[in-house]
Design a binder for this molecule. Structure first.
Ligand code: PMP
Length: 456
């Protein structure tokens, strides 16, 4: 043990920490990127290198990477009441306040809040509530869930089934039966040559309806979607997509669950992605920016018809039998309350709308870069497609390791982005300023130029 503790944190990590989404064997040799400090939208590694965190960590650190104000709130809350649960009708002041505040900013008609600790928990809970709803309605055969290819909704056992990426299923014997995947709204790669966004949206809505009819509408419980697909590749929906999808779901009385774990709290330029795209969800799952990612807290925001069904089930069974030890944790809720107060003070939505102009212009300007096949974004989320050939959209050969080179070049220039296949995404902390946006794109373009020199 003494010997162990003389090692650096990186050495300890390489020897003992098991990392998600990491090449485990390689990690034993290379160890971690050890981040030691945060300041505004920047983080510092153990060698003192400073990075502009263009991905807000995992799309989540909305207020940046350190806050004395939130630290004070956490300290006070932990000193006053470090823990209490929300089971059997118990509550705490921070949890009650957070529920009320969330209800206050939720879309019209959604005012019941079930507090949890992570995005996965929120989605998993919403999934159970979908089944609970149909059971209450006397239609327990409505079990099947439709999500979209490329979707990411968490990595729990059931949420991995909502997640429609083959690498999340391989080796785990997933997905379970009853999870269906309709085509993602990825116009750049999935549209037919010459197909307009509107026509593509029509086609996807028709595909969804055909799937529902083939399976039998009486077997379909819910449709699951992120307003903008984050980990799926920063996929902004094509013109008219959600209203057309919503019309199909309404026709067959299928519930709509909006996963706003990334999109919530102005990521797309309105408080909710559902508002940006005219979605009328039955439930919203939110997390990440709810607490500015400073502590784990998430929520399912529940609409009227689902809550009515929950009441009926509670009458039938005596109680609502579901919950987690840390759901509504008072310290996490106290921090989230302060985060929401900060959002109000800074006029979060107004701020994002204002800096979004430079952000979207930054992407637009990258379209002429020789490596960029597509550039898209909304609010403060966007991505470029790095391609070998613009007209055919062909990607580079895997052996060229272009994305790894881009990553290394960006880091050398002090920028962290989020890489998803051949896409490099940006979703900076919402506190980013206009000049920091310009700085971020200068580094981004510089990294693209560096790679262009190598692969030429
Ligand atoms: N849904 C979406 C859209 C997400 O992006 C994530 C996390 N990246 C999750 C769910 C899962 O959240 P968590 O990692 O907090 O469980």
């Amino acid at each position: 043990m003494q010997q162990l503790l003389r090692n650096t944190a990186s050495q300890l990590d390489a020897a003992h920490s098991v990392h998600p989404h990491t090449d485990l064997r390689k990690h034993l040799d290379t160890g971690p990127l050890m981040i030691t400090r945060g300041e505004g939208i920047h983080v510092f590694d153990e060698n003192g290198n400073r990075y502009l965190e263009g991905a807000a960590g995992l799309w989540c650190a909305s207020l940046g990477f350190g806050s004395e104000r939130l630290g004070e709130v956490a300290k006070k809350a932990m000193t006053e009441l470090g823990y209490y649960h929300n089971f059997r009708g118990a509550s705490t002041v921070p949890a009650a306040e957070l529920s009320a505040k969330l209800a206050g900013i939720a879309p019209e008609g959604m005012d019941k809040i079930l507090l949890q600790s992570s995005g996965t928990e929120a989605n998993d809970t919403a999934l159970k509530l979908v089944w609970y709803y149909w059971d209450a309605k006397g239609m327990p055969a409505r079990r099947k869930i439709i999500s979209r290819t490329g979707a990411y909704h968490g990595t729990g056992t059931l949420t991995s089934c909502l997640t429609a990426k083959a690498n999340f299923h391989a080796g785990f014997g997933l997905p379970f039966d009853g999870f269906l995947y309709t085509t993602m709204p990825y116009h750049y790669r999935m549209a037919e040559p010459g197909e307009s966004e509107t026509d593509f949206s029509d086609r996807l809505a028709a595909e969804l309806e055909a799937m529902i009819l083939k399976e039998g509408p009486e077997t379909i419980a819910a449709f699951w979607a992120e307003p903008v697909m984050g980990s799926g590749g920063a996929i902004t929906p094509p013109e008219g997509y959600f209203p057309k999808i919503q019309a199909v779901l309404d026709k067959y009385e299928i519930l709509f669950v909006a996963d706003e774990v990334i999109c919530g709290f102005a990521r797309t330029g309105e408080m909710w992605g559902s508002q940006t795209y005219g979605i009328r969800p039955d439930m919203i799952c939110c997390a990440k920016a709810l607490s500015a990612a400073m502590l784990p807290v998430s929520a399912v925001i529940i609409g009227a018809r689902v809550f009515e069904a929950m009441l009926a089930q509670s009458d039938r069974f005596g109680t609502f039998v579901h919950g987690y030890t840390y759901g509504g944790h008072p310290v996490a809720c106290a921090v989230a309350n302060e985060v929401l107060a900060i959002y109000e003070e800074m006029d979060l939505v107004g701020h994002v709308k204002s800096v979004s102009k430079g952000f979207l212009a930054g992407f637009e300007a990258l379209r002429d870069h020789p490596l960029v096949g597509d550039a898209r974004g909304v609010g403060l989320i966007g991505a470029v497609e790095i391609v070998a050939d613009k007209p055919t959209k062909a990607m580079h050969e895997p052996g060229q390791k272009v994305m790894a080179q881009f990553d290394a070049a960006a880091r050398k220039r002090g920028l962290i982005t989020r890489l998803i296949g051949n896409r490099a995404a940006l979703s900076p902390p919402q506190i980013i300023t206009a000049s920091e946006v310009d700085d971020m794109f200068a580094r981004f373009r510089g990294a693209l130029d560096d790679v262009a020199c190598i692969v030429k």
